[in-house]
Design a protein around this ligand. Sequence first.
Ligand SMILES: Nc1ncnc2c1ncn2[C@@H]1O[C@H](COP(=O)(O)OP(=O)(O)OP(=O)(O)O)[C@@H](O)[C@H]1O
Length: 375
Amino acid sequence: MTAIDPHYEGMVAISARALTKIYDDDGGGATVAVDGITLDVAPGEFVVVVGPTGCGKSTFLRLIAGLVVPTSGEVTVYKDVSLVSPSLYPHLSVAQNIGFPLRAHSWPAGEVAARVLEIATRVGVAELLNRFPEHLSGGQRQRVSIARALVRRPQVLLLDEPLSNVDAGTRAALRGEIVTVTRELGVTTLYVTHDRTEAMTMADRVVVLRDGAVQQVGPPHDVYADPDDVFVATFLSAPPISLLAGALQVTDAGVVVDLGSQALTLPSASLPASFGNARVTVAIRPLLLFASGRPMSLTGKVHSIENLGHELLVLVEVGGVPSLFGPAAAFLSVRATAPLSVGDALTVGVGVDDLLLFDGAGKRIRFGAPLDRIS
Ligand SMILES: Nc1ncnc2c1ncn2[C@@H]1O[C@H](COP(=O)(O)OP(=O)(O)OP(=O)(O)O)[C@@H](O)[C@H]1O
């Protein structure tokens, strides 16, 4: 349970209103790093801002921290904000590093030691208190920098890609630990990353950012299951979602998605007749080979196989045309455990939930149930 101070119940911990930052380039041009972001974060909430490199994540966080002055728009944040800084003081021990913010505020030495031990224990570095930063692993350094940011019990914690220099195993452990400790302390957390796994596993809500603008906000599994556009669907999908060009036909039997050499018929879906012949992008989630009971199927030939250990990721050539929004080649990604060889012929079942449609601008086309037919 999140321990929110009742005093803040119903209040907003972080509020951004039409927040915009435009940097002037040396060459006289301008870069819109953050483009009109409006976002409220509730007390105790863990929000992950996720997007590809250069989409404005760090600038947004620095605007919230007050380190960057907005070009326009407004930021309101709880008074006590702490930005996790990855660089530790090399000449100070772990205990001195963690206690630094308290000593800077002239806390009595005994109270500093007690508070340092308490937060170091929570963050899992209590046995390292006498070490110096050069004798710490990357993961241990991150833990210490988080402990230093939390030692004054801030109301708001800001983290910028804290796990980017940490090995995969430690990263997985730290994901859970950061969520646990911030929840226990009830601290409102804004966490920026380019890593979809961190967004999916850590966030109460994700904010997907592209070119400085918010694409979609919501609980991670809602955004994953119901993306508003092809960018969000592609960014959050692992293994990658397959993107094929198609044409829609709206018939009495249902919606037919013509992929060129083969077609999928969604019997229980309906769309207004005006969608007939619309050029669409068909996004197909990584399919499971041998999943039974699927109402549709696609056939193709195994093009390449990547062995991930626990499963095979198989790219299947289905004779489709690549979508405008996808890679140059049109393959279907299929997850399999059975042995397969390049060139094998495959038939893969496709469920209605495996398939998402997007219009020419990349916006989602949502089906209605048959009774909702407007046509
Ligand atoms: N001080 C600056 N002066 C000029 N342009 C900047 C400055 N800081 C960032 N930018 C530009 O603003 C855009 C957003 O940068 P930002 O660092 O916020 O993105 P990011 O999503 O955090 O990227 P990354 O994941 O690579 O750190 C980029 O095009 C970047 O080149």
